[in-house]
Design a protein around this ligand. Sequence first.
Ligand code: NOJ
Length: 718
Amino acid sequence: MDTKEILKKMTLDDKIYHLVQMTTMTYLKADGTDIVTGPNSTMKLDKEYIYDVGTLLNLVGAQTMIDAQTNFLNHSKKKIPPIFMQDVIHGHRTLYPVNLGIAASFDRQLAHDVAKMAAYEASLDGVSVAFAPMVDLVRDPRWGRVMESSGEDPYLNSEMAYATVKGFQGDMGPHNVAACVKHYAAYGAAEAGRDYNTVDMSERTLRQFYLPPYKGAVDAGVKMVMTAFNIVDGVPCSANKHLIKEILREEWGFNGVVISDYSAYEEMRDHGYCADRKECAYLAMDATSDIEMMSPCYANHLKELVSEGKITEEQIDKAVLRILDLKNDLGVLDNPYRSVNLEESKRVQVGPEHRAIARYAAEQSAVLLKNDGILPLSKDIKSVAVIGPNANTGAIHGNWPCGGKIEETITVLEGVKNIVGDRVSYAKGCNIEYDSTDESMIDEAVELASRVDAVILCLGEHQDYSGEGDSRTYIDIPDVQYKLLDKILEVNKNTAVALLAGRPLTISRLDEKAPAILDMWMPGTEGGNACANLIFGNAVPSGKITMTFPRVLGQVPIYYNAYMTGRPKLEEDDFNRVRFTSSYLDMANSPLYPFGYGLSYTDFEYSDFKLSADTMQRGDVLTASVKVKNTGKYKAKEVVQLYIRDLVGSVVRPVKELKGWEKIELDIGEEKEVKFEINEEMLKFWTKDMKFEAENGTFDVFIGKNSACHKFASFELK
Ligand code: NOJ
C-alpha cells in the first residue's frame, strides 16, 4: 500500500493519535466501556480519537486479538488497523530458558531458532511486534533484569542480538514478527543494580561496551528500538537526542520506529528533566522518538506545540510514516488480522515440536559449575530423591512468562520421574521465599535422603526474584537452604544440586559443600525434563556462563574485561594480602567462576596453539588455531574461546576481550583443529580522539576454555 497516500488523508489529530500506544485490554468490550473506566481514562485522551491510536500492547491469545481488532475497527474513524506488540522475551506460549541461559549456550543458531519459534507462536495469537531482544549489557547481578540479558560481554551480546533479531524477523513472512531491541541505552548499568536507577558513564565506556549490542540488532535489520527508563549523563534516554537522533539514526542509519518504555515520557518530570508533560512531548519528538507507550504527553500536547511552531507537522509526519511503513511491512494494512489463527495456535503452541526445541534449549543453556564425579547419575539407580523448594514446582519457567503457564511447565520431579519412574521420591525440605526461616520440613527430607542412593537437591531462588523491579541486595541462597543441604550431606554424600535462578548467585559456600552443582537458570516449559536429561547423562552439559560469578557481593561489579590499573595484583598472589595493590584486604580479586566458565562430563585437552604470523600489516588476516581433543568418556560439546589483549593504547585497554568462539562437538577420543581469523576490524576501539580504529602495537592472543585462559602468542600490528 502507498503509505504516503494514507498519511495525506490523516488530519493532524489523527496523526498525533497514531503515535499513542495503549493496552489491548481496554479495547475488548464492544460497547467501549473500558475506554472510559479503565486505566486509559487517567490519561485523559480525547474519546473521539481513542479508536485511532496507532498501536496496542500486551496481548496473549488469538481470540483476544480478534475481539480487540474487531471492536477497534468498528469504532475507528480512519480504520487504520493497530498493530499488537507484546513482551515475547523468552518464548510466547512455549517458554525457553531465560536469555541469560540462552547466552550461556554460546549458540547463535539456537538463539535464532528459539526466537523463530516464539515468533511463530506469537504470530498465531496476532502479535506483530516482539518487545525483544533485550540486550542490555550488565555487570551487576543484583539487577533483576540480568535474566533477560546476554550478560557482560559486548561482542557476545551483539552476536546474540543479531541472531535473535534474525530469528524473530526472518524474511518478515506471515509467521515472523518485527523485533524491538531494548532498552536503548545502557539500562543494565543502573547504579548498585537497583532497577531504573541512575546511569552515568563516559562516552567511551558507553560506545566501547554498552552500545555494541544495540548496534548488533540494528545491523541485523531490527525494525524497532525501545528507549530506556534511565538517564545517561543526566539526560533521560526517552528524549536523549544524542543517543536517538545522532547515534542511532544518523550514525547507524536506523530509520525504523523508536518507542518509549512504559510511561517513560511523563516520567521525565519525575527525573526532574521536564517541568510538565508538554515539555516531555517536545523533547521526545525533538529527539525523533516516535511512539509514546502509555502516557499522554504526545496526545495532549503535540498539537499545541505545532501551533506554537516548536514542532513542525513534518516531524510528526515522519514519525507516523515510520509506523505506517512498519504496518505495511507486516501486511497489516491489507489484513488487519494478519496471521492470527485460533485452530493453528491450539495445535502448535506448547505442542510436541516446540517442547522439543525448548527442552534442547534448556539442555544447551545449563552450566555445570562443579562436579566431584557424582554426575551423571546412573539411569539404573535403585532409588533417588528429588528434594528442595524448587523440586516440585512449575514456577521455574522464568519471569517473562508471556502466555506460558506454570501448570504446563515440567517440574524437576516430573522430569526425573520420566526417566526413573517410581524409583523417585520427593520431599520439599523448605520454602523458597528469600526471607523464609521455617526449618520444620527439613527432618522429613533428611530422613528420605538417608534411604536413597542419590539426592537431586533443587535450590536457588523463586522465578519472581529476578526480573523487572526485582533487584536484590543479597544474592546468596537463604540460610535455610544451606541448613537443608548440610543435614542432607550428613546422611547422603551422593547429592547433586540443581540450581534454579535467574541470575548469578554468590554461592561460594555452596561451591565448598555440594559435590556437584548444575545451574539450570530458569529453564522454561521443559525445564524439568532438560534437568533430568542432564543429571542422568542423556544430555551432557556444555553451557558457559556469560556473567562472572562473584565470590561475595562486595566484589560487584566484577567482570572479566576490566582494566589493569597501575597497581595490579599478581594472579599468583590472589589469596594473599598485598597492600598497596588494587585488591581487597579480606577477599581475593578473582571471581568464584570466571566469564566463559562451565564444565562437562568429559575432558577436553587443548594443544598445538599456533598463530600464523607474529606481525600483521593493516588489511592482513592472521590465523590462530588450537587442537582440542575429547579425552573423557562422553561425546560432548565444547565452547572454544578466543581472547585478545591490546597491550598499549592511546587510552587503556581491557586485560582481555572475547573476539571469537566456536562451539564444537567431539566424539570420545576425537580431536579437531579450531581456527580463528584475526583481522584489523577486531582490534578496533574508541581511541583517545574518539575514533573507532586499531592502533599499531603488540597484541596478546589467548585461546581456552574460559576467560581465565593464558596467553600463548603475540603479534605486532604495523
Ligand atoms: C516495561 C519494561 O521495561 C519493558 O521491557 C517492556 O517491554 C514494557 N514494560 C512493556 O511491557
